[in-house]
Design a protein around this ligand. Structure first.
Ligand code: SF4
Length: 231
């Protein structure tokens, strides 16, 4: 799908997006997010992190590691009830246990391993992930970028909010419209996409909250909302 930035308002140029990135990076440093020791751990974490904090996911992952179930093969062989017990700290644990078991079984059955699945080209990998029950666009892109390390831009609520405030993009812009805006403006580079998304999360958590803390925000000099409100 190809949608121009102007269709969702704001229409920041590539230069403006890179300026925004560099201002965040200057404040937070290079974050280099590869959350997890192995690709399998990142994959499992991406499913567990839905509707909870990463802190809770870490507890669930520690339990799975202790039970020697922190692998796609291990989870595909385990019972849903056993998985539920270990991932309880991540919330919605019965539903997540079913999703984990279902996703892992599907991968083992169709590809033999996560590594084989990840050898698909980026669009095919995304499409395959999106066809797994319980994996939506944000999770599919997080797995593609952070576990398979392939360039696809992740959009989340922080990205949406910061883009709307900084550049005036529409609050109702869809996931794919925002994704297209970044991917058509920036070079296809997994490391850049990785760090750009991590910077958005850091800015959203620390400054661009529901009630924004514009006065100390590192991007206030180029943010429409910040300037309007005298930051
Ligand atoms: S200046 Fe304010 S509104 Fe703009 S990005 Fe920073 S915290 Fe958000």
């Amino acid at each position: 799908m190809h949608v121009r930035g102007s269709a969702i308002g704001g229409n920041p140029s590539s230069g403006e997006l890179m300026r925004l990135y560099k201002l965040m990076r200057r404040r937070f440093g290079f974050l280099d997010w590869w959350p997890g020791e192995t690709k399998e751990e990142v994959f499992i974490g991406a499913i567990l992190t839905q509707q909870t904090t990463w802190k809770n996911v870490e507890k669930a992952i520690a339990n799975l590691r202790k039970a020697k179930l922190l692998s796609v093969k291990g989870l595909s062989d385990a019972d849903v009830s056993e998985i539920s017990t270990h991932i309880r700290p991540s919330g919605y644990y019965r539903q997540k246990a079913m999703r984990l078991k279902g996703a892992c079984s599907q991968i083992i059955k169709n590809y033999g391993s996560l590594e084989n699945l990840f050898s698909l080209e980026t669009p095919d990998l995304r499409e395959t992930l999106l066809n797994i029950k319980g994996i939506g666009p944000e999770t599919a892109d997080s797995i593609t970028l952070y576990a398979a390390r392939k360039p696809t831009f992740v959009i989340d609520a922080y990205t949406k909010r910061i883009m709307a405030r900084a550049f005036g993009t529409s609050e109702t812009a869809s996931y794919y419209e925002l994704k297209e805006l970044f991917e058509s403006s920036l070079k296809r580079d997994a490391r850049l996409y990785n760090d750009f998304h991590a910077q958005f999360v850091e800015l959203g958590k620390n400054y661009c909250k529901t009630k924004p803390l514009c006065a100390d925000c590192p991007v206030k000099g180029m943010c429409r909302y910040g300037k309007r409100n005298g930051a």
